[in-house]
Design a protein around this ligand. Sequence first.
Ligand SMILES: [Fe+2]
Ligand SMILES: [Fe+2]
Length: 136
Amino acid sequence: MDKEKIIEILNKVRVEELTAIMQYLQHHYRAKGINSPGVSEIFKKISITEMKHAYIVAERITALGGMPTTKIDKINVPEKLEDMIKENYEVEKVAIEDFKKCIKEVSEDITTRRMLEDILADEEEHLDELGKLLED
Ligand SMILES: [Fe+2]
Ligand SMILES: [Fe+2]
C-alpha cells in the first residue's frame, strides 16, 4: 500500500480521535446528577487518552510526509448522564470496528499497524469501563 493511502486512513482515524476528545470533554463539563462527579472524572480521563491517540496518529502522518487533519465530526451531548455514557459506549464500539478494519488495511506497514493495535487495546478498555458503568 502506498504512503498516500496510509495517510488517508490515518487522517480518518484522527478525525474520530479529535471528535472523541471534544465529545468526552463536553460530557465532562456538562455532567449532572448524583453520580456525576465520578463519571465526569472518567470522561476527562478518557478524553486525555484520546488526545494521546490523536497526537501519535498525527506524528505518524507527519513521519509519512502527510498533513494531520484538524477536522472533527459532529458530537452528541445528551442531557442525562446515563445517555452520555450510552452515547460514548456506541462511539467506542464503532471505533473498535473501524480500527480492526484499518489494521487489516495497513497490515504491511508494521509500524503503523502496531500503533493502531496499541490504540485499539485502549479503545477496548474504554468500552469495558463504560460498559461497567451501565451495569446495575
Ligand atoms: Fe482513541
Ligand atoms: Fe476511546
